[in-house]
Design a protein around this ligand. Sequence first.
Ligand SMILES: [Zn+2]
Length: 286
Amino acid sequence: MFQIGNIDIHPINAGVVWMDSGGSFGLVPRALWSQYLQPDDQHRVPMVLTCLLVRAGCKTILVDTGYGDKLPDKLVRLMSMEYPRGTLIDGLARLGVAPEDVDIVIDTHLHGDHCGGNTTFAPDRTPRATFPNAEYMVQRREFEDAMQPNERTRATYLPVNYEPLAASGQLTLLDGDTDILPGISGVVTPGHTPGHQCVLFERGGQRALFVADMASFAVHFERLAWMTAYDVEPLVTLETKRRWRQWALDTGALLIFQHDTQVLAGHFVQDEHGGQRVQPVEAAYA
Ligand SMILES: [Zn+2]
């Protein structure tokens, strides 16, 4: 668990998937990225689906919901989905949280690996909110893009993950940087998608940033030019990262990485050779 002032942040491992390394590293040559991460015999690399359960005052907040349980079996097999610590719901239960207890769900963006768990199928296969009492929040720009997917984004923008929430009145659309609760805000970090947001925690002089897909792995944060092939605006990602890397150096904020199987969290520091790197901190999943 991480503590930022009176805010408790519990990372939950909602599964691990194996994704084509071309997706995770795009233009970066394998000779370089394979120094950090070993691919399997199908040229895939592991990607963990980290969600956050946050307790602040009397509110229970969930940040992102992983792939959820609606994926077709074929896709589950294709990605060799593993559950080393059970599902998101199992992780919440370990923290004493039932789906009904969640007050707010913040979606960093609407790609399937971030909001798939927003909804679940009722016995008659009707999709419904997994967290029946929650207000779900996403950037308006992200929702608009997700409702109008193009040929490239269609495979990951699946309306079943968010349309039922708009229909039930549970979806709140955010217009830009937004204070969600005292010390918790959504900050727009465009590039991966134009409406992508990170979640910033600031309390009592301490800070943490849930980096989400601004930098999927710690090494993507360390290296300005490294980014995934999924980024729809790579040159915007570059500028967004440039700004937040400087912020991370200046503030010493804790960075929480969503998809990195080796570095869950760390601080961005200047090293003795004048380079910059992520200094991992000891951290464990709930
Ligand atoms: Zn992602």
